[in-house]
Structure formats: C-alpha cells, structure tokens
Design a protein around this ligand. Structure first.
Ligand SMILES: Nc1nc2c(c(=O)[nH]1)N[C@H]1C(S)=C(S)[C@@H](COP(=O)(O)OP(=O)(O)OC[C@H]3O[C@@H](n4cnc5c(=O)[nH]c(N)nc54)[C@H](O)[C@@H]3O)O[C@H]1N2
Ligand SMILES: Nc1nc2c(c(=O)[nH]1)N[C@H]1C(S)=C(S)[C@@H](COP(=O)(O)OP(=O)(O)OC[C@H]3O[C@@H](n4cnc5c(=O)[nH]c(N)nc54)[C@H](O)[C@@H]3O)O[C@H]1N2
Ligand SMILES: [Mo]
Length: 757
C-alpha cells in the first residue's frame, strides 16, 4: 500500500509552531485548493458565526476573546485545505481505474485524487464502480437491510465528524430499524475515559473549560501530543506559563510541542526567546503511568504523615468523596521501589513531581491516547481521578479533568446517542418522542463489529464517515471481515481504503463537507457540534459544494430512513431533512441539557451542557466522588524485549496521510519507520536506516510488519514507536481493554529482528 521510500533525518526542532507553521499552512493551501476558497474558510474557522474546524475537538475561546483574524492552527488549516481542494473524482475516474488498480495505490494517493462527486455502486463481481442515482442507492440498501434475518446483522459505524443533527437522526433511524449496533471511532479512542470518569465522577467528559487552564497551578499532560494533535492547546499552555503555572509532561517521547512554543499568530514573538512549556519531563515506559501515579500518591501520603498538612485536602476528602480508607490501606501495602521500577522513571524525578503536586492547590490533568489505548486504561484513569480528589482539585476554578477528545464532534455524537450501550432513560425518551419501542439489548462496538463480520453474524456494514478498514485494529482481520459482508456502504467526502476493501456489493455515498453551504428547499441550514469542554455551538459552511449532486449527511439519513422504514413510518423524515430546527426540537425533547436548543445555539459562542463535576456535584450511586483501588497491570514487565506504540505524525489526520514528513520529530520522506533508543539499537546491532522485521504473537497467532527503517530516537528504552495506521497490522483484535474493549494500540508486545541487507 505504501511505496518503498527512504527516510531522511534531522534533529527534531526544539520549538513548536512559529513561522514554520505559517509556511506549512500556505503550502497546503497552495497545493490543494484555490487559494481564495481555502483562505475564505480559514477566516471563518471557529469564529462565532463561522465553521467549526473539522480537525480536532479543542474548545474555542469565548466570543469576546476569539482572535478576529485567525482562530485556527496549522493542522486545522491542513484539514480545511484537504476538504476545500479543487480536485474532483467523477465517474470517468472510476471508469478508468479498476478496483484492482486502485488497491495498489497508496492511501496518500487515494485521498489526493479529490472530492467524491456522485453516488457510485460496485455490483457483485464487477471490476469498476459505476454511477447510481441516489434513489436507486437508497432502494438497494433498503432491499439488503430488509432482507436480513435480524436487524442485528447490520452494523452502523460513525466517525466523529458527523454533526449533532445528523448523528441524532442516524441513531434514531438505526434504532427504529431495530438494532443498537452503533460502533463508533470513540470505541477506539476515549471509550475508557468515558467509562472510568462516569463511574468515579458521574460524568464521562472533561470537567474544565478553556478558561480554567491559565488559572491552574499545575497541569499534567499525560500521553498526549498537543503540538501536533491539538495545536490550539499550546496557546492555553503559553498563557498558563505566563501566569506562573507549572507543566509536567508524562510521555515516553520528548514531544516538541510540550518543550517550547512560539505563537504563530503573534509575529512579534517569532524572534527572541520562545516560551518554555514543560517544567518536568517524566519519561515513562509504555503503560508505566499507573505505577507512576500510584508512586506519586504514596509520596503525597507519606509527606502528609510526616506533618505536611497542605499535601492533602482532608476537608474535601471527608465531605465529597468515598473510598479513602480502602485507598489508604492499599497505598500502605504497595512497595514504592516496585512502583518506581514499573514506571520507568528515576526516583528523583518522581519526587520532584510529588513536591509540585504537594505544593499546588489547583491541578488539571490532561490526557489522550497514550493513556486510553491500553489494556488497563480505566485503572490508570481512575488513578488520575484519585490524585485530583485527594488534592481537592475538582469542582473549582483552575482544577479538574481534561480528557482531550479527538475528532471535532466525537463528543457530540455520543451525547446524541451514538453508542451501542445507551442507558434505558435515553431509550425511553427516544421511544416516546418518536412513538416506537427501541431495542434494549446492547449492540456491538468497533471490535465486536469486526468479530461479528468475521463470524458471519454481521452481513451489512454502513459507515457514516471515517475509514474503518484502516482505523480498526488487526488490519488483515478487518479486511477479511469487510470482504465477507453482503453489502458495505460508505458515506464519505474522499476516496479511501474502506471503498476498496468491500463487501459483495459496495456503495459510495458522497456528502457535503462542513465548510460547504447546506441549502435545503426551505433555505440555508446549519448544524451544531460539541467540543471537549462540552460547549455546543453552531457551524455553517459558506463555500459552494464540491458537486451539485452531494447530499448533506442529514439528507442521506432521511432518504435512507424513508426507503428502509417505508412510507407508513410516522417520523417526519421529510420535514426534518429540509428544516434542521425541527431536528433540534426533537433533540430538546429527548436529551437533558438541550432546553431552548434552537435559540441558544444561535447565540455567538453557543452554550455549555450541564456538568455536575464542574460544580462539585457528583452524580454517582452514592452522590460522592469515588476514590478507588486500582491493581497494577500484570504485564508491566513485558514478556517480549520490546513494547510498541502506534502514534500520529505531524502530517496526517488519523488515516488521512497529508504527507510523508513528521516535522516535529525530524523524520522526513517516509512513514515506514521504527523509532528506537540508540542503546537498544546498539544492543540489537542496528544502524540508522536498517530495515527490520517486527513480530507480535497474541493468543498464539503471529502478526508481522517488515521492511520498516530504524530511526534513533530519544524514546524510553525497551519501547518502540511506529505510525498509525501502518502499525495496525500488529494490533491483535484481542489486545484490548477488558472493561471498555478499547484496542491497546499503544501496547503491542513485539520482537524485533534486523533483516538481511
Ligand atoms: N493533526 C491531527 N490532529 C488530530 C488527529 C490527527 O491524526 N492529526 N487525530 C485526532 C484524534 S481522533 C485524536 S484521538 C487525537 C489524538 O491525539 P494524541 O493522543 O496526542 O495522539 P497520538 O499520536 O496517538 O499520541 C499519543 C501520545 O501519547 C504518547 N504515549 C504513547 N503511549 C504512552 C504511554 O503508555 N504513556 C504515556 N504517558 N504516553 C504515551 C505518545 O508518545 C504520544 O505523544 O488527536 C486528534 N487531532
Ligand atoms: N493503531 C491505531 N489505531 C487507531 C488509533 C491509534 O492511535 N492507533 N486511533 C484510533 C482513533 S483515536 C480514532 S478516532 C480512529 C479514527 O477512525 P475514523 O474516524 O474511522 O478514521 P478517519 O481517518 O478519521 O476517517 C477519514 C475519512 O473520513 C471521511 N470524512 C472526512 N470528513 C468527512 C465528513 O465531513 N463526513 C463524512 N461522512 N466523511 C468524512 C473521509 O472520506 C476520510 O477518508 O482510529 C483509531 N485507530
Ligand atoms: Mo480519536
């Protein structure tokens, strides 16, 4: 799928952003789009009446604080350039290239061909996609879905760009069809955060807003690379530093964005000293975080016992939490040296961090995939909560939880009911609002979906956005599963692997992007999204659509629902597809917190959803925040010489590869690399650029990735890194969390062997 390219190396830059990121924005716009079209959207990005950036879910500032000219980052600009580009793939393209030829192309090449323009069908045994009308496409899907023995034989996947309005209608349609099989990208992303936070704090989302960050005394950033994946976060970190706050980075890599920063929006800062971001780097082993957090807790406790009363917030612990006694006993029993060893971090560094924690009153802990994509992710997240709770650092300004979400509306999609396990209270209200009886048994998540396709239990796969073939773990198995389906359907903006790894029959349904005008017979429509901080805001594109034949995701769901559920279905799909206010009225009926949705979303800046933990109110079974005892992973001493993580480069959005350079890591021209510690290289007789074979055996089955080039890197010893999605061939389906089923994409036990030159 990828050409053999040779890696080129340079020392990683010490400073993130600055003028180089402006240069990179200019380049993507120039390369992909009519400059005017891209720039027009950039000035509207994240503005109160503009477009919500289709890249990450980082919150926008309050309307009065939004930078009037530029509230976007380098990678947001790349996402816009990607969507607004001038290239199109119309029917002649599909007539020219057979599926066999397209499969040989790289993923980068596929998406580079431009925006999809018309619905296309691949009939059974056909070699080429051919055009199909929307009506015929909907009928074909209806025929296949209604021909199944049971609705649970269909899977309805969602990626996180889908708007609230489209997501709400989509889950409503799927449940009226009769299944809760609503796997989504969240199943592979922050699933563990939702689970662990709901249990302990009563809400599965961040408790802080953007305004809290500069107010905090101490921010811990665990397993997250904001310089690349949430670049606008750096502006908040810069403010925090100017206010005298401290930052601890916990990461097996020294990530450039957390080292130093120059604000690209402030040219007067491009000369002189950049802002130093982190105060302390704790270079953990992969999955060493739980041991590290436990060691920190134990040190806090010891300091308290030694008479330093300020290290714990006893009043908060007494009044607001449960479980302190059990935690105390547990911490007295665990062996500190063992914890230090398991974390991989030198003791004096942990003590430094413990001192910072002890002296801070307001603490925020941020985390992302380096914490969630582990077999014991929920335990680590509950331990994060323990630290915040013993410090009384929740429910007040400048303190709390910050799980940084990925896709721009992944959080909103969940709020709208895209989840295979929505609680009964939601299903009750949904059933009442739409006069039907929703199915009650839980559906399948992403990993379960792959297993169901492989076993033949699932026969139809419908993808609302995303690129399931490459995003899901265990590439060979996912491919096999999709190929065994009767029908695969993808609602997409651009061509990707999931269109080429297909079922017996396949459909491509091309949709509007978020930057484009959405005009229905009733006039211009807008949608809304929810960011990491739980703020809901409107988003309205204003570019001419890439093709006159595109439909909005809302119109696609409504067209499908009418075809599948039949003319007698009482839901007003037609009415809702032309007037999105009617969808929002229904959301208001079903989901608490959306009172006066239509009015409040129209206010510049939108509105915040209720958040108990933010106010110090914990909706748990005993109305207390829960301190918990979390066992250490039994695999902390890996049985293989190496553990491997799959991470993002600076030039991709998930499976969309913008280019082959990872600027902040000094790695260029190739993604087929393995980052390795120089001393491990020496031990294994590897030189820079040597090609190696990685193999992982999971539950008796071997998976292999070979031909990747070794790159010396300042990574923790015994740990390796490759890029996602290429590394997904090594992530076994069974290698996942037992609690939330999230794939352990950051913990693959591997052997490494140098290949013959
Ligand atoms: N430009 C751009 N923006 C994006 C995306 C993108 O692909 N491109 N993707 C979006 C999505 S969907 C998501 S979920 C987010 C992802 O955002 P991130 O979570 O920042 O993405 P990853 O590259 O997976 O990086 C994980 C980080 O965790 C570290 N890490 C890995 N394992 C461990 C561990 O065991 N312990 C600790 N402490 N650290 C570890 C890695 O070194 C890396 O710095 O970004 C979103 N934003
Ligand atoms: N090994 C490994 N695997 C991982 C991860 C990892 O770190 N390591 N990360 C996981 C994470 S955090 C996530 S979130 C998933 C991501 O999984 P997905 O969300 O499935 O993947 P994306 O690459 O974001 O999807 C890209 C495609 O979405 C389509 N698209 C873009 N914009 C739109 C739109 O507006 N509407 C519609 N309908 N389609 C659109 C385009 O056709 C594009 O090709 O991958 C997961 N997989
Ligand atoms: Mo994600």
């Amino acid at each position: 799928m990828s050409p053999k390219r040779s890696v080129k190396l340079s020392p990683p830059p010490k400073t993130a952003a600055g003028p180089r990121s402006i240069q990179s924005v200019a380049y993507s716009l120039w390369e992909e789009t009519h400059i005017g079209r891209g720039i027009k959207t950039l000035f509207k990005l994240n503005q109160p009446k503009g477009v919500d950036c289709p890249s990450c879910a980082w919150p926008d500032p309050d309307p009065e604080e939004v930078s009037k000219l530029a509230e976007y980052c380098e990678n947001g600009a790349k996402a816009v350039a990607w969507e607004t580009g001038y290239k199109r793939i119309a029917p002649p393209f599909f007539a020219q290239y057979s599926i066999r030829e397209l499969v040989e192309k790289t993923d980068h090449w596929l998406e580079k061909q431009g925006r999809l323009t018309e619905p296309m069908v691949l009939e059974e045994n056909a070699s080429h996609y051919r055009p199909i009308s929307w009506e015929a496409a909907f009928s074909l899907i209806a025929e296949k879905l209604n021909g199944l023995n049971h609705p649970d034989q269909a899977l309805f996947y969602t990626s996180g760009r889908t708007s609230n309005e489209a997501a709400f209608l989509y889950q409503c349609f799927v449940r009226q069809f009769g299944t809760n099989n609503l796997p989504d990208c969240s199943n592979m992303c922050h699933e563990a955060s939702g689970k662990a936070l709901s249990e302990t704090l009563g809400i599965g989302k961040a408790s802080v807003t953007l305004a809290d960050i500069p107010e905090t005394d101490l921010l811990l950033v665990l397993g997250q690379n904001p310089g690349t994946n949430a670049p606008r976060m750096l502006t908040s970190l810069e403010k925090l530093k100017r206010n005298g706050g401290k930052i601890i980075m916990v990461n097996p890599l020294p990530e450039t964005g957390l080292i130093q920063f120059r604000n690209p929006q402030k040219p007067w800062e491009w000369v002189g000293k950049p802002t130093v971001i982190h105060d302390l780097h704790l270079q953990v082993k992969l999955n060493g975080d739980l041991a590290l957090l436990k060691a920190l807790l134990k040190m806090l406790l010891e300091a308290y016992a030694a008479g330093k009363a300020h290290t714990l917030d006893r009043t908060f612990i007494r009044q607001q939490t449960s479980g302190f006694e059990a935690l105390l006993w547990h911490l007295q029993e665990v062996d500190l040296q063992q914890l230090i060893e398991a974390s991989g971090v030198p003791e004096e560094k942990i003590r430094e961090a413990a001192d910072l924690l002890a002296s801070s009153k307001k603490i925020i802990i941020a985390w992302a995939m380096g914490i969630t994509q582990h077999r014991n992710a929920e335990n680590t997240i509950r331990e994060i909560v323990n630290i915040l709770l013993v410090k009384g650092s929740i429910g007040k300004k400048g303190a709390g939880t910050l799980p940084v979400r990925g896709h721009s509306n992944v959080q909103g999609d969940r709020t709208m009911g895209i989840w295979e396990k929505m609680p009964d209270a939601f299903l009750d209200r949904l059933g009442t609002a739409f006069s039907f009886d929703p199915p009650r048994h839980h559906g399948l998540g992403a990993v379960g979906a792959v297993e169901a396709m492989l076993s033949g239990q699932a026969r139809v796969f419908f993808g609302m956005g995303g690129n399931f073939a490459l995003a899901a773990p265990d590439t060979a198995k996912v491919f096999q599963g999709l190929q065994q389906c009767e029908l695969t359907v993808q609602v997409s903006t651009k061509l990707n692997r999931s269109h080429l790894i297909h079922g017996k029959t396949a459909l491509i349904l091309p949709c509007l992007g978020r930057t484009e005008k959405d005009i229905s017979p009733a006039g211009p429509q807008w949608v809304s999204t929810e960011d990491t901080a739980g703020r809901v805001r409107m988003s309205q594109g204003d570019l001419e659509p890439a093709s006159t034949q595109l439909k909005s995701e809302v119109a696609i769901v409504c067209g499908l629902a009418r075809a599948v559920l039949g003319k007698d279905n009482p839901t007003d799909w037609e009415g809702m597809s032309v007037d999105y206010d009617r969808i929002r009225d229904k959301v208001e009926e079903v989901i608490p917190g959306f009172e006066r949705y239509n009015q409040r979303a129209r206010i510049p800046g939108g509105f915040y959803l209720p958040n108990g933990a933010r106010e110090g109110i914990f909706h748990t079974d005993d109305q207390k925040a829960k301190l918990t005892v979390n066992p250490l992973p039994t695999d902390s001493a890996a049985k293989t010489p190496f553990t491997l993580m799959t991470i993002r480069s600076h030039d991709q959005f998930n499976t969309t590869v913008y280019g082959y350079d990872d600027r902040y890591r000094g790695i260029a021209n190739s993604r087929e690399v393995v980052m390795m510690h120089p001393e491990d290289m020496a031990e294994y007789g590897c030189k820079t650029g040597d090609r190696v074979k990685l193999s992982s055996v999971f539950e008796g089955e071997e998976r292999i990735l070979e031909g990747f080039q070794v790159v010396p890197y300042a990574i923790t010893r015994g740990c390796l890194a490759v890029y996602f999605p290429e590394g997904n061939v090594l992530v076994a389906l069974g290698n996942r969390s037992g609690e939330s089923q999230c794939p352990a994409s950051k913990y693959v036990e591997v052997h490494l062997k140098r290949m013959n030159p």
